[in-house]
Design a protein around this ligand. Sequence first.
Ligand SMILES: NC(=O)c1ccc[n+]([C@@H]2O[C@H](COP(=O)([O-])OP(=O)(O)OC[C@H]3O[C@@H](n4cnc5c(N)ncnc54)[C@H](O)[C@@H]3O)[C@@H](O)[C@H]2O)c1
Length: 357
Amino acid sequence: MRYALIGCGRISPNHIVAAKNNGLDIVAICDINLLSMEDKILKFKLDKNTKHYTDYKEMIEIEKPELVSICTESGKHAEIALFCIEHKCNCIIEKPIALSISDADDIISASIKHHVKVCACHQNRFNKSVQIIREAIDMNRFGRLFYGTAHIRWCRDHEYFDRASWRGTWAQDGGALMNQCIHNIDLLRWMMGSEIDEVVGMTDRLNHSYIEAEDMGIALIKFKNGSYGIIEGTTDIYPKNLEETLYIFGEKGTVKAGGQSVNVIEEWRFSDMLDDPDTVKERFHENPPNVYGYGHTPLYADVINAIQQDRQPYVTAMDGKKALELVLAIYKSAAEGCSVKLPLKECATMDFEGRFQ
Ligand SMILES: NC(=O)c1ccc[n+]([C@@H]2O[C@H](COP(=O)([O-])OP(=O)(O)OC[C@H]3O[C@@H](n4cnc5c(N)ncnc54)[C@H](O)[C@@H]3O)[C@@H](O)[C@H]2O)c1
């Protein structure tokens, strides 16, 4: 399958490795920054059969890839995705899928109109630990779900933001919740298995005066099925990443998945005693080299299969929109000082420009 990559920055190695692991034909890569592109060409030996472009439109028109991954700054995802979709190209869009509800909606309707598959890159859904929790939910092992909590206690320093000026801006990124925490926010929403009724949030910029958006957010969620969610996420933790942890509490089950990025089952308690907790903790434990984990390769495998079988990917564009919507609802609640009902009508990160000035 002909594959192309747009954006050769920090997350791109995970995409190149996933493409190679899945036997994709990497026909082209593209970046407006030649240094970033050359670095990946050298590192992954992409100099022979892979063409190099600085203009993604030219690349799509000439190379006609079947699948493209969009790994540019978040504020550019929608514009690039729409161009690719209109050119009948299936897309893996890095998270967040877009920065406004209307852009996410446009991506979804374009994908239907042009009959292409779009996957939002929430690769942590493929963590072994996350998959076994989801299986327990699908088997109704928790009984009634009471509540779930998502904690993201990470550290991002000045140097991280200095490396890319778009990070932490309202126009291109958003803050800790939209960028670093959105994976676990997606997992919480997905696990609780229900639409959201309302959200109450608070956000602040406590320790990064040089970015525009928040570096800490807390939120309470009421789901329509009567369960609740708690989110607490930050990039302020001293002096390094502490944890990304998901708890699910139900009538007949308690689960905790932690580690650096929800990749270790730390508690596994079910009244049905279907499995041995110590064996589960041992088997569903991954120790990846960084917080991005091992999820890109299975996510790519799923998207390739979805294209071949003409089915929806495991993580859809709608899933990407739902994660975006929840973060925007927290931003809105925090800015307006009141609870926010979902679904959200139009809302965008740019609505909060100047919030911490
Ligand atoms: N899934 C994950 O775990 C994960 C992790 C990190 C980042 N991300 C997401 O991936 C995206 C990129 O993040 P990053 O940290 O790699 O950013 P980065 O700044 O390191 O890389 C982005 C690259 O895109 C290039 N680019 C910008 N506009 C372009 C255009 N029009 N055509 C081609 N290339 C263009 C830039 O020059 C840069 O090299 C963001 O949306 C981010 O939220 C996801």
